[in-house]
Write a protein that binds this ligand. Sequence first.
Ligand SMILES: Cc1cc2nc3c(=O)[nH]c(=O)nc-3n(C[C@H](O)[C@H](O)[C@H](O)COP(=O)(O)O)c2cc1C
Length: 360
Amino acid sequence: MTEKTVFETYPLGAITLSNRIVMAPLTRNRAEKGLLPSKFAATYYSQRASAGLVITEATQISKQAQGYQNTPGIFTQEQVNAWREVTDAVHAEGGRIFLQIWHVGRISHVDFHDGQPPVAPSAIRAATQVTVNNARVDTSEPRALDIEEIPGIVEDFRKAAANAISAGFDGVEIHAANGYLLDQFLKDGANKRTDEYGGSVANRARLTLEVAQAIAQEIGAERTGIRISPVSPVNDAVSSAAQEQFEYLVDKLNDLGLVYLHVVEGVTGGPRDATPFNYAALRQRFTNTVIANNGYDLGLAETQLATGQADLFAIGRAFIANPDLVNRLKSGADLASINPATIYGGGEEGYIDYPSLERA
Ligand SMILES: Cc1cc2nc3c(=O)[nH]c(=O)nc-3n(C[C@H](O)[C@H](O)[C@H](O)COP(=O)(O)O)c2cc1C
């Protein structure tokens, strides 16, 4: 038997990826007026199309879903048209691209909601900050969603997924990680509801499962992936029962036949092992593709592939400064480092001017 390598092709649902390296979703806060993706986004993503799969920056499913300035949407026809240019550019380079769709929930500010509070499972403020008018400000205290409003949230997710397909995406990634709305429902630090959306493991998973089911019905389970971060505390996301909560969720997601489960291991962008968690238990429960993320380099990816821990490996930060990351990993070339000043916001600089090895 030949050994698996991260540089071999990989079948993901109905598509084939050119390798097992995935570009992780990266918010860059460069959206245009109307929350259209940046006019440079087609260039930016197509420069990175040699990733086996590109996952876009998190993209709002509705106006209510926004929590940061200049993050794009997928809920108007103009947004769909603008994203079409991105998907065409990536496909022209032979790449594959999924749209990450999100609702930020309480990680937001009244300025995005005409002075009204953002929505959340419960009226508990998250101890974190968002960017409004170029300044970091505390999040606003949210209001708890009425149970009657929940079908509307599921519907917004469903429509966003349909829009993504009409914009030419190969699929969508449901953002259920990093303390945003779905993760807020999943984690009991944020979810104190006493109706059927809170109070038990099954109830806390209900909204995420309803969203996953609606999207799988709309666009096909083979085009529907999901991202979770069971123990990541970013954005004040705390669970007292993470292992049980996420094992239950993954069992049910597996029943829905979703094409992939994308797991952020440890603290997003931080230590991988700060909180003990049995990721192998998720791997065993999910029969389709598992994408692992957080702090991966080639060596760690090869090890995890050999032991069967995951099928694909998502890399975030290194893709910002290394558009041809796959080529660099393959050839053992040095990696360029990021300019921290141009990560969030701005224009071309620090976005589409990082050269490939060839151009350098
Ligand atoms: C600038 C930046 C933006 C990010 N935006 C998103 C995002 O939109 N959605 C998401 O799920 N994760 C986001 N993340 C988290 C990354 O996808 C990834 O989980 C994290 O960077 C750890 O992977 P790495 O060690 O390969 O960088 C972001 C991280 C960074 C550094």
